[in-house]
Design a protein around this ligand. Structure first.
Ligand SMILES: [Cu+2]
Length: 141
């Protein structure tokens, strides 16, 4: 019975190692300042593991990510001179918002931005259109 349990555990561990080794996280850079958020990726495929690298150059901010139904997905502090890393994955499509959770001044409430979580097929279609548009632009120049 113990040998069977060990066999199942090893098989499950190998399966998990295989899955995580094949899917590198998408690195998303987020910068915050009084009073804005900037993100370098506005469309993310559903189920994609994301590593958000969050920076600020002025004061301490906090980044909360909310799902379309406004449930909290993840949160991290942004501190001047330091890059905070936040791993998150979600499987509900829609528009996600990120807000500042740390009172950082008079217009703190303006610190809102968003990204869309798309079905994988929709994400592929959007990004193949972008690639074609970029190729056309390059051939015209
Ligand atoms: Cu704030």
């Amino acid at each position: 019975m113990i040998a069977f349990g060990v066999f199942i555990s090893v098989a499950k561990l190998r399966e998990n190692l295989h899955v995580s080794a094949g899917r590198a996280p998408l690195v998303v850079n987020v910068s915050g300042g009084q009073w804005w958020w900037e993100i370098d990726t506005y469309e993310i495929a559903m189920g994609q593991e994301v590593e958000s690298c969050v920076k600020t150059e002025d004061v301490i901010h906090g980044m909360d990510i909310y799902a379309p139904d406004m449930t909290l997905v993840a949160q991290v502090q942004a501190m001047p001179g330091y890059t905070s890393k936040l791993a998150h994955t979600s499987d509900k499509p829609g528009t996600y918002q990120f807000l500042c959770m740390e009172f950082c001044g008079i217009a703190h409430h303006d610190m809102v931005n968003e990204f869309d979580l798309l079905e994988a097929s929709q994400w592929l279609m959007q990004h193949s259109k972008l690639k074609r548009a970029r190729k056309k632009t390059h051939t015209l120049l």
